[in-house]
Design a protein around this ligand. Structure first.
Ligand code: NAD
Ligand code: UDP
Ligand code: UDP
Length: 316
């Protein structure tokens, strides 16, 4: 099969490409390198079954493929808020173009949506039926409303044009190859502890998140793509932690003397988040297998290698 992965040079996309290439598929990676990096896919560049195209999905492109994994979109608040109008364009115009492509070539299309469509949820844990509590005019709206529109477009192309869609609602995912400066909580805490600088907990650290290791997530995405259910289906690890618990865990694992400091909570920061994965379990036979401690160890090893490679000062 020939498979298009948009955002394939990014964190999740590059792990997905590793799995698809290992399966013997032909892969086209489309990326504008906003948050992605060639380093993530460098090992495939000489492989005849792999093709890299530098392209911004807000512009149309014609390709012949059998499946589209549509991941292109910055995922970290720091990056998606840097140019919010561009984030909206990527989610709306970019998704429209990729759906237009899927329609033309009759490819199956999987949208990487997000738990952010639930906003600051007042139902806990969040099942797929929950319609969310989203601020349409806040600083996160370019991303969460953008993804809600991407879901709307996907379902309208499905109803109107018979595009064969799959929609995954991805919860917080972490692992190797996260950018050390992307501002997400796991990458921030790991990089801070390795550098010997204080871990920055926003607010009191009582807000919760549920963290899924990237290998588990990729397995869920592939099962969804190749299964019979269009979704939306939540993909995430239901083990929920407060942000302070996460900071303390990473502190213990890297440097028990590392300091924890408190910074203001960003606007509209969701108070709690935990996936209800009943659908993923029953419809896809999927559930996460990698516990937080184990996934953090893999992540820390990867960050340690990369921070040493870039000669950052280490004090641990
Ligand atoms: P990432 O920032 O590492 O990867 C996104 C990739 O998309 C990058 O390689 C970037 O260069 C590329 N990109 C961005 N805008 C583009 C554009 N206009 N044209 C072409 N390429 C573009 O993020 P990630 O964590 O790998 O996330 C991948 C997808 O999964 C995103 O759609 C994100 O919304 C979704 N998701 C991720 C998480 C998570 O915790 N990582 C959670 C929920 C949803
Ligand atoms: N599109 C694309 N590649 C394709 C087919 C379509 O980028 O192979 C774009 C097309 O340029 C348009 C969008 O996808 O902007 C939606 O396409 P569709 O055919 O649904 O709508 P139309 O072109 O009729 O507006
Ligand atoms: N967070 C934090 N310190 C950091 C980065 C993030 O306390 O250095 C908090 C953030 O306020 C949020 C949680 O950690 O409550 C998860 O943040 P992230 O940006 O990783 O993901 P999202 O908010 O999109 O779920």
């Amino acid at each position: 099969m020939r498979i298009l992965v948009t955002g394939g040079a990014g964190f999740v996309g590059s792990h997905l490409i590793d799995r698809l290439m290992a399966e013997g598929q032909e892969v086209i990676c489309l990326d504008n390198f906003y948050t992605g990096s060639k380093r993530n896919i460098i090992k495939w560049l000489d492989n005849p079954y792999f093709e890299l195209i530098r392209h911004d999905i807000t512009e149309p492109i014609r390709l012949e493929v059998d499946q589209v994994y549509h991941l292109a979109c910055p995922a970290s608040p720091v990056h998606y808020q840097y140019n919010p109008v561009k984030t909206v364009k990527t989610n709306v115009i970019g998704t429209l173009n990729m759906l237009g492509l899927a329609k033309r070539v009759k490819a199956r299309f999987l949208l990487a949506s997000t738990s952010e469509v639930y906003g600051d949820p007042d139902v806990h844990p969040q099942p797929e039926e929950y319609r969310g509590n989203v601020n349409p005019i806040g600083i996160r709206s370019c991303y969460d409303e953008g993804k809600r529109m991407a879901e709307t477009l996907s379902f309208d192309y499905h109803r109107q044009n018979n595009v064969d869609i799959r929609v995954a609602r991805i919860f917080n995912t972490y692992g190797s190859r996260m950018l050390e400066n992307d501002g997400r909580v796991v990458s921030n805490f790991v990089a801070q502890a390795l550098r010997g600088i204080p871990l920055t907990v926003y607010g009191e650290g009582s807000q919760t998140r549920s963290f899924c290791y990237v290998y588990d997530l990729v397995d869920g995405l592939m099962r969804l793509m190749n299964g019979d259910h269009i979704g939306p289906i939540n993909l995430g690890n239901p083990d929920e932690y407060t942000i302070l618990e996460l900071a303390q865990k990473i502190q213990r694992m890297i440097n028990p003397d590392a300091e924890i400091i408190y910074k203001p909570l960003p606007q509209d920061d969701p108070r709690q988040r935990q996936p209800d994965i009943t659908k993923a379990k029953t419809l896809l036979g999927w559930q996460p297998t990698i516990p937080l401690e184990e996934g953090l160890k893999l992540t820390i090893d990867d960050f340690r290698d990369r921070l040493e490679l870039t000669h950052q000062p280490l004090k641990s």
